[in-house]
Ligand binder design. Structure first.
Ligand SMILES: C[S@@+](CC[C@H](N)C(=O)[O-])C[C@H]1O[C@@H](n2cnc3c(N)ncnc32)[C@H](O)[C@@H]1O
Ligand code: SF4
Length: 387
């Protein structure tokens, strides 16, 4: 019931800002450094054009969350954020309790813009603190110290009712004791939400090359599991349980925008390399735009949008995507919705087998979810159920 209602009323807008001051050696996000600067006003006009074009395809929606991600959206001028928000408001209805999140790098320069972002309508910031250890920050290629990051957190706290920050763990040479100490300090600085990501060695990044050459001694599987368990215990004790694999919040303070993705709702993707999922005429469409910023700009200027992918998902694909995203959440999935999407039920024999292994459980209200001990095996569980 709740899902049906929110399926029609929940709609997010993701705005990708693809520029960074420097490229971190672990990062494979669509982020680019432009030493000569960019024509920000021209880019903002292109975002406005793409928003108008998207709204023409899915008119009449009520926007419940907006997320400026990157890249580094905190490098934008607050007036640019304002124009994009105004444009979204001119083309769709904005829900009175809309959540507007902006990802920010915690440097002092960017913190000086926080007040301007707030005045523009941003209600929540997500800060990429990454570590509270200066040597680790240096190794991660970050341009800020731990002190500077904590200062940015405290400026965010004084301006926004809601903020979150990210840390990366399972870093080279990190011990469980180091991480426990760092995380406890982070928890003391956090209000309601923390994103805690295990370092992933992504192909085509400098970290990948170092790792291949044996120069990046990252934790083995056993230590990674210990670090994960430590994370769950410390955050659970602090009242910040995991509501998703890497995201922890006080109940009720979950990032609404991320819930849009994981609960399988619709969202528009705007900007270079942004992905979207739109239900049009009862069919779920996957969209993606040109990734290269200048190529995206020219495409929008000549065609009205940067779309390069527009693909109707088959019922099986839509259902598997719901499974893949929904099982990341502690609340799990609604099997009835899976059935409605797929046109078939989940295999009861496979569910039983996974239940016997202690990897999944069915809640009192009939939802299927991965257990705490099943989470480290999430990929295998999803593969098993989706096959
Ligand atoms: C789009 S990025 C961050 C935004 C912002 N530019 C920053 O770096 O502070 C979102 C988050 O993903 C995480 N992340 C990026 N690459 C990662 C990797 N290879 N392994 C683990 N976490 C990663 C970082 O914690 C980062 O803050
Ligand atoms: S981690 Fe953030 S700042 Fe670093 S390159 Fe990626 S998007 Fe840019």
């Amino acid at each position: 019931m709740m899902l049906n209602m929110s399926l029609t009323t929940t709609f997010g807008v993701y705005v990708h800002w693809p520029f960074c001051l420097s490229k971190c050696p672990y990062c494979d996000f669509n982020s680019h450094v432009r030493h000569g600067g960019i024509d920000e006003a021209r880019f903002v006009r292109a975002y406005e054009t793409e928003i108008a074009m998207t709204a023409g395809r899915v008119p009449g929606r009520t926007v419940s969350s907006i997320f400026f991600g990157g890249g580094t959206p905190s490098l934008m001028q607050p007036s640019s954020v304002q124009r994009i928000l105004d444009c979204i408001g001119n083309h769709w209805t904005i829900a009175p309790d809309v959540e507007v999140t902006l990802e920010a790098n915690p440097t002092s320069v960017e913190a000086t813009r926080f007040r301007g972002f707030h005045a523009a309508g941003v209600s929540r910031v997500s800060l990429g603190v990454q570590s509270l250890d200066d040597a680790a920050l240096k190794e991660l290629g970050r341009l800020h110290t731990a002190r500077e990051a904590l200062d940015a957190v405290s400026i965010a706290r004084s301006i926004f009712n809601r903020y979150s920050f990210d840390l990366i763990y399972a870093r080279p040479r990190q011990t469980t004791e180091d991480w426990a100490r760092e995380l406890k300090r982070a928890v003391a600085e956090a209000a309601e939400h923390l994103s805690l990501y295990q370092l992933t060695i992504e192909p085509d990044t400098p970290f990948f090359g170092l790792h291949q050459a044996g120069k990046l001694p990252v934790p083995d599987d056993d230590l990674a599991r210990e670090l994960y368990d430590t994370t769950q215990t410390i955050c659970g004790d602090a009242g910040l349980p995991a509501y998703e694999v890497s995201n922890h919040a006080r109940p009720g303070a979950e990032c609404r925008h991320n819930l849009v993705y994981w609960r399988g709702h619709d969202y528009a993707g705007v900007g270079p390399g942004a992905h979207g999922r739109l239900t049009i005429g009862g069919r779920r469409i996957a969209t993606a735009t040109e990734k290269r910023p200048e190529a995206w700009l020219m495409r929008v200027e000549s065609l009205g949008s940067g779309l390069t992918v527009e693909e109707q998902l088959t019922p099986g694909e839509a259902a598997d995507e719901y499974l893949l995203m929904g099982l990341r959440l502690a609340e799990g999935i609604d099997p009835a919705r899976y059935t409605a999407l797929a046109g078939r039920t989940l295999d009861p024999k496979r569910i039983s087998a996974l239940r016997e292994q202690g990897a999944v459980e069915t809640t009192a209200d009939g939802r299927l979810r991965v257990t705490q001990s099943g989470f480290p095996l999430l990929d295998a569980v999803v593969a098993d159920l989706a096959a």
